[in-house]
Design a protein around this ligand. Structure first.
Ligand code: G1P
Ligand code: ZN
Length: 555
């Protein structure tokens, strides 16, 4: 095997965001772009010679080409073995599962999650550490720093007789001193799921005629969903739709929410709707849960999973604690309080949950952005959440809607919505955030001047700040994680700029209020939050500054 040192110059824009480096496919295709970033990862992690790596992606356009390059670079950088999902495909949760199961040094996941794919779409790459979770900020920062000074990368030349490494046949092949092991990505993951949930009870429920529909959105979960729902749980084959992963996700936007998963939503809200519906995203870590004519808000889903965990096989021993990202509603906090366990509030992004899980402080984690998971792996996990719900449904023998309404009756309802303004000019978005900071003083109470917090109708501001987090395990501090305006009755508005977009800026506004009164629980969230929405638009001057009349996505 011939190893080449290739001279290169840095790119200035290889800063990982909320979840790895995401760019247009065209950006990744620039000469040396992918190689520079991969070498920056290898230089940062300094794996010992012979280390084992996991490699796979969500199957989006450019996945296969990138895997060929990364394998040759891994060989040239001294790795001993790389475990690759068949066809180069691994869902994000399956990658986490495999890293943990085979105790590898780490893994590289190729995905831009829910962002559209195809030649004009997005591509992404992120590094996960030995615990199976996304690299923490200190590593992603070091990778970025390395990318700014890189001068060369190492790559092995492909042998003339085998220019492409075989990815479609299970088993081992050699690349110089390194072994490439193509593994069956579905079976390890399905086995883990079987160890956590009562498959027999779910199978019996399905056999009694309980109907489910899972939308894989032409993305990575199709083969996993078929194996689990159809082969292992006995659901009819048409219970899984859009089940073949396509490099461009069928031209769609593989994000499981009411806007982008409309095909599924129409089925669940149509005549003769199934009892349960669910969808997952491009790389399989997100989930959306639907009942017949009913949508479960992700924040509620986390709370309901926590409140019912004692009914589910793998969680019967109890929960150590719960963690949620700051913008996620406080519904889970109420369950944690009732269970007498801690609830942690972290910045947005799954990487902040890893330390808490490793330290045994939390069992369940969740984000309002359709992410839920537990310490069975170190990523959020779409199919896990779906199975958790099916297990609860099998144990309770009630409809999704009844379960949610009973939950609200017991704990009260944290009415919740998120409004996204996507693709706005960065200047306008930064201007809104700056304005909000400047307004902190006038919005907050000033005891010296004998003035209370600003009053908006019956709502009074209690506090505003830019969220910062001190990790209770390693003490690291993360600042600037979102502007919060909290009112005296506990309602709040949060403003945050997305860290995963690839074009312009995306401003997210998170809205939450608490409604203890059951007679108001039937209200539509947008109706119930109308006053808060008005306040958010007023204090941010959003319409004037962006020229946008309404959000592009409401979840
Ligand atoms: C978004 C979500 C965040 C999630 C991330 C990766 O990040 O808001 O909760 O962890 O995608 O799936 P954002 O674009 O807001 O930075
Ligand atoms: Zn994802």
């Amino acid at each position: 095997m011939q190893v080449r040192m290739v001279a290169t110059t840095p790119f200035t824009d290889q800063k990982p965001g909320t979840s790895g480096l995401r760019k247009r496919v065209q950006a990744f295709r620039q000469p040396h772009y992918l190689e520079n970033f991969v070498q920056s990862i290898f230089d940062t992690i300094a794996a010992p010679p012979g280390a084992v790596l996991v490699l796979g992606g969500d199957g989006r356009y450019y996945n296969r080409e990138a895997i060929q390059v990364i394998l040759r670079m891994a060989a040239a950088n001294g790795f001993g073995r790389v475990l690759v999902g068949r066809g180069g495909i691994l869902s994000t949760p399956a990658a986490s599962c495999v890293i943990r199961k085979y105790q590898t040094y780490g893994g590289i996941i190729l995905s831009a999650s829910h962002n559209p794919g195809g030649p004009d779409g997005d591509f992404g790459i992120k590094y996960n550490t030995a615990n199976g979770g996304p690299a923490p900020e200190k590593i992603t920062e070091a990778i970025y720093a390395a990318s700014k000074t890189i001068a060369q990368y190492r790559i092995a030349d492909a042998p003339d007789d085998a220019p492409e490494i075989e990815l479609d046949v299970l088993g081992d092949s050699r690349l110089g001193d390194m072994t490439v092991s193509v593994i069956d990505q579905v079976s390890d993951y399905a086995e883990l799921m079987e160890s956590l949930f009562d498959f027999a009870a779910i199978r019996a429920m399905l056999a009694q005629g309980f109907r489910i529909k899972f939308d894989a959105m032409h993305a990575v979960t199709g083969p996993y969903a078929r194996e689990i729902f159809v082969n292992r749980l006995g659901a009819p084959a048409d219970s899984v739709m859009n089940a073949t992963p396509l490099p461009d996700f069928g031209g769609g936007h593989p994000d499981p929410n009411l806007t982008y998963a409309h095909e599924l939503v129409e089925i669940l809200y149509g005549d003769n709707a199934p009892d349960f519906g669910a969808a997952s995203d491009g790389d399989g870590d997100r989930n959306m849960i639907l009942g017949r004519h009913f949508f479960v808000t992700p924040s509620d889903s986390l709370a309901i999973i926590a409140a019912n965990a004692h009914r589910v096989t793998g969680y019967q021993q109890g929960l150590a604690g719960i963690a949620r990202s700051m913008p996620t509603s406080a519904a889970a906090d109420r369950v944690a309080a009732a269970l007498g366990i801690p609830c942690y509030e972290t910045p947005t992004g799954w990487k902040f949950f890893g330390n808490l899980m490793d330290a045994g402080k939390v069992t369940l984690c969740g984000e309002e952005s359709f992410g839920t998971g537990s310490d069975h792996i170190r990523e959020k996990d779409g199919l896990w959440a779906v199975l958790f719900w099916l297990n609860i449904l099998a144990a309770r023998q009630q409809s999704v809607e009844d379960i949610v309404r009973e939950h609200w009756a017991r704990f009260g309802r944290n009415v919740y919505s998120r409004h996204d303004y996507e693709g706005i000019p960065s200047d306008a978005a930064n201007g809104v955030m700056k304005l909000l900071h400047e307004r902190f003083a006038e919005l907050q109470a000033c005891p010296e001047q004998g003035r209370g917090g600003a009053q908006f109708g019956r709502l009074q501001v209690k506090l505003c700040d830019d969220f910062s987090y001190a990790d209770p395990v390693d003490g690291s501090i993360s600042t600037g994680q979102g502007v919060r305006i909290i009112f005296t009755d506990g309602s709040r508005i949060v403003f945050r700029l997305s860290g995963t977009g690839t074009e312009g800026a995306t401003l997210r506004i998170y809205l939450e209020s608490y409604e203890p009164d059951v007679s108001n629980h039937h209200l539509d969230a947008q109706q119930a939050l109308a006053t808060l929405i008005g306040i958010a638009l007023e204090i941010s001057e959003l319409r004037k500054r962006t020229g946008r009349e309404r959000p592009t996505v409401i979840t």
